[in-house]
Design a protein around this ligand. Sequence first.
Ligand code: ASP
Ligand code: MG
Length: 459
Amino acid sequence: MIVMKFGGTSVADAKAIERVMSIVGGRLDKAPVIVVSALSKITDALYKICDFAENGDLIEAGMLVENIRDRHLKLIAELIKDEKYAAEAKTHTDSLCDNLKKLVDVICDLGELSPRSRARIISTGEYLSSGIICCALNAAGIATGFLDARKLIITDDNYLKGEPDIRLISEKVPEIITKAFASLDDGPVSALITQGFVSATEKGVPTVLGRGGSDYSASLIGMAMDSDEIEIWTDVDGVHTADPRKVKDTKSLNAISFREAAEMARSGAKVLHPSTMEPAVGKNIPIKVLNSMNPESKGTVILDESRIPAGVKSVSCKENIRMLNIFSSRVYNSAGFMGRVFSVFGKHHFPFELITVSQGAVSVTLGEDDDLQEMIEELSGFSTVFMETGKSQIAIVGKDMFSAGDVLSRISGVLAGHKIYLMSMGGTGGSLSIVVDRNELDGIIKDLHKVLFTDESGD
Ligand code: ASP
Ligand code: MG
């Protein structure tokens, strides 16, 4: 079997979903399990509903619920001509939206919203899209069974970013999916559909996998089923050498390794959720990144590192980061100082990204939103701490990048004359990260991409 995941833009409207249906129709011999995201922008709207409701703003929250209902009802009218399935899709949509409205009323009344209730609300988008697409597939003659992801993807009780329980998932998913394909109740089906992003605790309490988590859902299901392939359908022709919105002349990569893909995702490339590769690696299941707007394009295949050539694969970036610099107040005993710094990081579960260490000084980069007040106070007890803002982080990712050619000198040529705050090489030439001023980022990225990918003679 295969897993096919379709992201929000791939299911944005009736035209997009018709394309999805024809792609699925061409793969029925492979027993596809379809994983869908919410229609594009719906999850954002659901987050807004939560915020309005928490602030007691019943009118705004209620209006957004009705907007969501309207968009889905309009979609059904355009997409499903068969009366029976259209009625079924409409009932499904109305019941989810009525339920959402009820929750909103209660939250507005209480004036508080727990992460647990938030997880329930923000899951609505995937239930809406998967229910409607299931009806549309059946109406088009593709017998498709509907699965509730809360029975498949089991996590801990971190409601908004659940940690998947691999053992339970590996146990439950094959049992449920095999049974559903045989479908003892309504006869066999040729495809199954479920929600991305959505999960639950072992007791069935709703959780989610975190923003963009549908890719992760797909690869967890692929892992549990030992699937032949995990297809991630999106709106670009695979993984590119850089973000096409930032850089001209980017190229789609034919093949990259699990590690390269994970590093790119962690360092800002938006195509895949960073955890997507983890479940696939162990079972060596190829992940394909494909374009539902252009299904003929080859896309990118993500494979085991041994099958991937050496060289630079991409330049990615995180636009807005900060740097925390920590200096020892004393000049001696630097090992003791490091030990103390790291134990404070550990205690506060500090989500740092890059780190450089020198005698008596530690510098780390981090995102813009984390609240570090308490941790900084504790560090200040034995060191001098200062924060720098307005920085960006660039990552050059590849395999064994510096062993051949003049890659390093090309990179230094671009960086000469710019202020560099931190530079860090990861795992034997697998990545190089550089921190620069935010206002220099766009220029540097373009120049790096040019010298690394378009200047090569004969290419
Ligand atoms: N709908 C969710 C989000 O927007 C999950 C996903 O699209 O992967 O974050
Ligand atoms: Mg996505």
